[in-house]
Design a protein around this ligand. Structure first.
Ligand code: ZN
Length: 242
């Protein structure tokens, strides 16, 4: 009996020793490998976002979030998350945002302006014939021109009025394109200003944060100023014809 116990003890001792000295088993080796960062898939739309998007048909506008209430202002100051380009609700969001910007009317709209804190925006391509609206998924500005110019800006989310903002004269924008992955493009002129304004929205920045110091010009006064400018230009053209 005593011999059996000592034999068992010896076997256990030997097996422990072999475990300690043996090469790591497969799972241990796998765990020892350095971790490689994988691209993070954007979080799916949450229940609140899905309800907002599906709250109307594809030709129905969405309610604009404005900065004239504390809740609206704080929502517009949030940094937007990426959106899954394959999300089944993206097409409905895209369609309803287009209705919204065309009806407003505006030259661009970002998803946070319709209550969806995601990186997506419609931008009117003033630099292309017919000036089409184009939809951008997960856009980011990779490069800003060092040259800057100042121009008037207004915003569908800022009812108080217009202000002068200094912007880069061109930018390089990257965004997701179905079937192509990430695509990069240089944008010039007024369209570059629209990109900077709309993509600022995705980072929780409003034009009022960047405008030159001073009061905003109320919208009515701004439109009147524009009307007078057009009138003066037309008169000048008439005089030149004489
Ligand atoms: Zn805006």
């Amino acid at each position: 009996m005593k011999r059996i116990f000592s034999l068992a003890f010896l076997l256990i001792a030997l097996s422990l020793l072999s475990c300690a000295t043996a090469k790591p088993c497969a799972p241990c080796e796998a765990a020892a490998l350095p971790t490689v960062a994988t691209p993070v898939k954007p979080a799916p739309l949450d229940r609140y976002e899905r309800r907002l998007i599906t709250g109307g048909a594809q030709n129905e506008v969405m309610t604009l979030v404005t900065n004239d209430t504390p809740a609206g202002d704080s929502f517009l100051r949030e940094k937007a998350f990426d959106i899954d380009p394959d999300d089944p609700l993206l097409q409905l969001l895209r369609s309803r945002m287009l209705e919204t910007v065309k009806k407003a009317p505006g030259v661009g709209v970002a998803a946070p302006q319709v209550g969806i804190s995601r990186r997506a925006a419609w931008i009117q391509r003033m630099d292309k014939p017919e000036k089409p609206f184009e939809f951008y998924v997960n856009p980011r500005i990779d490069q800003y021109a060092p040259e800057k110019a100042t121009g008037w800006e207004g915003c569908l989310s800022v009812p108080a009025g217009f202000g002068s903002v200094e912007r880069s004269t061109w930018v390089v924008v990257a965004h997701d394109v179905a079937g192509k992955g990430r695509v990069s493009e240089r944008i010039d002129g007024f369209t570059a200003v629209i990109f900077q304004h709309e993509l600022d929205h995705l980072d929780g920045i409003l034009f009022v944060d960047r405008k030159v110091p001073g009061e905003l010009m109320p919208k009515d006064a701004y439109y009147e100023m524009r009307r007078k400018e057009k009138e003066a230009a037309a008169q000048k053209e008439k005089q030149n014809e004489k």
